[in-house]
Ligand binder design. Structure first.
Ligand code: SAM
Length: 201
């Protein structure tokens, strides 16, 4: 069976990778490995999302949906310690690595294994910010579900922010965000990638 980074329980032998990410004036140690997005370096879209995300100034609950090895949540928790950060992913290895990376980088975050919001621990939670670099490889339907279910898990005035390559799927997800939230904007665009934002009214 071919394994993708979104496989829930990867069976392939685990080949470890370790690298440093320099972002928001911090150095973050990343333990990554086979079966994980993105294997050897931070993804360009992810970096764009972290650097351009809109973060509330006061206490806020933030969710890093589809966290991979946890770089979005960890970088933002370190930059904005007032945030309560939760991260979740369907992939067992991603969950294990996210926990390890939180410990190693002294970032206190909650890490929950979940297929979108299906884990009861996530089902009952509401957030002020949800960020995602969505799993296109898992199919458009999963990305659309992430958008729809995120709306139900945002507090009033909560922010949903998604990064994608505009001409390779992003434009259509932007339209879905408009349909679901009734509004959509762009926080930035660079090298074909854009960060889209919708507000829960
Ligand atoms: C494009 S990767 C982004 C990873 C990480 N946030 C980053 O930017 O490096 C998308 C992530 O979504 C996860 N994913 C795929 N399907 C999912 C689902 N149904 N529920 C939760 N996470 C899922 C994948 O395992 C993968 O880690």
């Amino acid at each position: 069976m071919v394994e993708h980074y979104f496989t829930e329980r990867p069976q392939s032998e685990f080949r470890k990778e370790r690298f440093e990410v320099d972002i928001l004036d911090q150095k973050i140690i990343v333990n990554s490995g086979s079966g994980i997005f993105s294997l050897k370096e931070i993804d360009f879209g992810t970096e764009l999302l972290i650097k351009n995300s809109k973060i509330p100034k006061n206490d806020a609950e933030l969710l890093d949906m589809g966290c991979g090895y946890g770089i979005v949540g960890i970088a933002l928790k370190k930059q904005y310690p007032h945030l309560n950060v939760t991260m979740s992913d369907i992939n067992d290895r991603a969950i294990k690595l996210s926990r390890q990376n939180c410990d190693e980088n002294d970032a206190e975050c909650m890490v929950i294994k979940s297929d979108i919001f299906s884990n009861p621990e996530l089902q009952s939670k509401k957030f002020d910010v949800i960020l995602t670099n969505p799993p296109f490889s898992a199919g458009k339907a999963v990305c659309i579900e992430i958008i729809k279910q995120s709306k139900e898990h945002l507090n009033k005035d909560g922010l949903f922010q998604l990064v994608a390559p505009h001409n390779k799927g992003g434009e259509s997800l932007k339209k879905i965000m408009l349909e679901v939230f009734g509004n959509v904007g762009e926080l930035c665009k660079k090298r074909g990638y854009r960060v889209y934002i919708s507000v829960k009214k």
